[in-house]
Design a protein around this ligand. Sequence first.
Ligand code: 5AD
Ligand code: SF4
Length: 474
Amino acid sequence: MTKKLYIETVGCQMNVLDSELVVASLRKNGYELTDNTRDADTILFNTCSVRQHAEDKIYSALGRLKNAKREAPHKIIGVLGCMAQKDQRLIFERAPYVDLIVGPGQLHQVPQLIAGIAAGGGPRMEVSLGRTEGARAEIERSHESFDPLRDPEMRPTPHQAYVRIMIGCDKFCTYCIVPSVRGPEQSRPPSQIVAEARQLAGEGCKEIVLLGQTVNSYRYQESDRRWRLSDLIYALDAIDGLERIKFVTNYPKDMTDDLLDAVGELPKCAKYLHVPAQSGSNRVLQRMKRGYTIEEYREMMDRIRARLPDAAVASDFIVGFCGETEDDFQLTCELVREQRFKNSFIFKYSERPGTRGADLYADDVPEEVKKRRNNELLAIQNEISEADNQPFLGRQVEVLVEGLSKAAEKHDDPAAQQVQLTGRTRCDRIVVFDGNRRQIGQVLPIAIVDANAHTLFGTVVTQHVGPELFTLKA
Ligand code: 5AD
Ligand code: SF4
């Protein structure tokens, strides 16, 4: 008999990929997905710890399940991912009806752990070693990358796929919990990555997005060859069937010229780079221990612009980090105005217990100030995004069609062939247009007719296929 699985995912693309792989492994074990917790035999939360808000959301979702578990004690409730690794037994204390806690390094065990609990084995917890709980090699081994063979029928989007190229992070920015919950930086062997990409391409996948916390820090020593990210994307670009390759997220210090040249030279490589600056002030960058000065970041941007004049660059910023003054914040605004990022992800600083930042500095910028700085920076970025989208009006762009637009998905009528579609340009701009379901997965020419800060709107350019016109010679 099939069992029903409800899964909720918060956080980054890495979590989206992890959830896809967990769902695939459970479907092999007789589960099918449901979109409500009432029907579910197993309820899983794949969690994020990067900000307090993401954790609060999960704890309140768990709180709402208390009665459901009392009424149906056979339901299995599990917490996976970063918050499982960070809070560990604390989750059992705060929500004693949770059955399962699994860190990001043990996801391969999920089906077997659930089976054990269903058989009456009681609650289980599997997590990795902390960053000081052993020798590096031992800690590395305790964080196992979860990259089982991909099953084409179990992928949610046939034309696109995330491919993990590394796990963990060794940068230890003082605000960030990732190095402790995702463990040491470890790159996957290039042969595995290329084989996975080849398999995906063979199954009709058009775009792969390479994932790593600091994806451009990728390094792999094979017996006679040292692989960098640039070497890897050269190998991937040669795979037949693939149309686009993206990689996120980049670390500014590792944005080397070999990589920029590869992005410029390789036709399949998206002309898009996400390289978070985090702040425009040296004082703040130093307290964040980002490892670069703002002059170095600017120098990197100059190299990007010189080598890749058409590339779009996106950034992340944290506002209200410990000790951030109004002057520091103004330096961030200046950087955004000057660099004209395609978009910026802006976050209010959220203190994370267990980070160096939490130990060293007071979280001393009041919440209202964080909020105001967040809104101000967002307004500056939005104005830039909107202005920089205007030159696209009247232009034709190449769009890889991803699927139904958000609006169309909400009231989708599967019988209707004409639908509103969405996709992205080669520089990662979102395009919305009317089309046909069959066009999903294709690369289409789209003429842009309208634009706001976040979206370009267009129409499909149809090739002339009607009867030829001949002029009669006099
Ligand atoms: N508070 C707020 N934002 C954070 N980020 C990482 N840690 C924190 C934190 N403690 C942001 C950074 C990073 C993005 C993924 O999340 O900007 O680039
Ligand atoms: Fe966190 Fe810094 Fe590593 Fe990014 S580079 S995951 S911000 S520690």
